[in-house]
Write a protein that binds this ligand. Sequence first.
Ligand code: NAD
Ligand code: 13P
Length: 410
Amino acid sequence: SRKHKVTIVGSGNWGSTIAKIVAENTREQTDVFEENVQMWVYEEDVTIPKESKHYDESTADQPQKLTEVINKYHENVKYLPGVALPPNIVANPSLNDAVQNSTILIFNLPHQFIRKVCEGIRGEIMPFARGISCIKGVNVSDDGISLFSEWIGDDLGIYCGALSGANIASEIAQEKWSETTIAYDPPPMDSRAPTPRNASPNPDAAGEIPEIQHLDARGRKSKTKLTPLPIEYPPLDHNCFRMLFHRPYFHVQMVSDVAGVSLGGALKNIVALAAGFVDGRGWGDNAKAAIMRIGLMEMVKFGKEFFGETVRTATFTESSAGVADLITSSSGGRNFRCARKAVEKGISVQDVEREDLNGQKLQGTSTAHEVNSFLKARGLESEYPLFTAVDGILRGEKKVDDIPALVSDT
Ligand code: NAD
Ligand code: 13P
């Protein structure tokens, strides 16, 4: 039988951490997975920081390719410094080469770059590959709003699930215990796991490859017809993904609610900015708790209003991808920290991001604008006062001091 080859598309702070987790598992499960894990790296020149154990004074000024540094020292010195990566991670600067023959594609990069990445690999991947999106954001276009899992799936013609949770990367990279939620709801032909929603072989495709019609994350017939996984491969089901992601320090809960898991990860970033704003203003824990409460209500309302066919309230209120991520992100995430500092210093969040994050990217600022433009176009801003206030503050049109009055009826 064949083995699954795994590619991580992305290599930032979280991308490198997920690569570490996955590579630790593939080398322990070599009957199911190829040991080596490809990691696509957006190539750039780096210099090794002085604090690094790989720092060498004689070559300190000479920029080196990030991929070469990762493959030589097994450390992502720019985006995950100080963390030893398993040697079976292969950093690859060629996106096309990195995805060749892979049956499992893990998308893990800031959401603003995913469109270009998909364009680069459309038609180049295995037709029966399956994806997991670790991206926290939503895709807003003239047509409306979609999840990145949906968007990647439709764009590449594959099934794509979602991973999201209370997962600050630096803690997990140090193997401190945490939980995560993986939503994967493939058609039954793909899977040994019980699936709650139906799908059937497409009667129109009675040719050599019976494509599968399936339901998307909103319960509608997907425009993408899936190519089934050849029988020689181990099934890509809940067991397989648990095997790939679960570690003693990273506990996986498998669920079917792709929309709830994806929205939890995207929308909590807006709330974490608000938590940072009030903390920066010095208002203390009660104000922060109020922000989290109101934020959670707006997250549930948004999910029910726009993804109501499939979304489960419990995903927001009970899973790691919901309330737990909201709490951790509003306590120590980058969106929270940058928003707090922006208020303390009286500068913009974008300035703090540029100065403090060494190339890492915030997702909350663009998500706040995208969600706001979506709500505004539908005349719904007033029904989501906290989301709307965050966008107004980022644009300089509202002040942190306006928040209590703006959300007073919530
Ligand atoms: P990051 O913030 O470290 O971003 C930097 C990455 O972006 C680098 O890999 C860089 O090479 C890449 N990049 C820069 N310019 C690019 C371009 N033009 N094209 C393609 N790539 C480019 O990224 P991250 O922390 O790995 O975040 C990825 C996703 O994971 C985000 O959606 C984030 O919300 C989510 N997430 C992050 C964390 C965390 O703690 N870092 C935790 C959970 C989820
Ligand atoms: P930040 O991007 O704000 O650091 O959030 C990380 C995260 O998603 C934790 O679960």
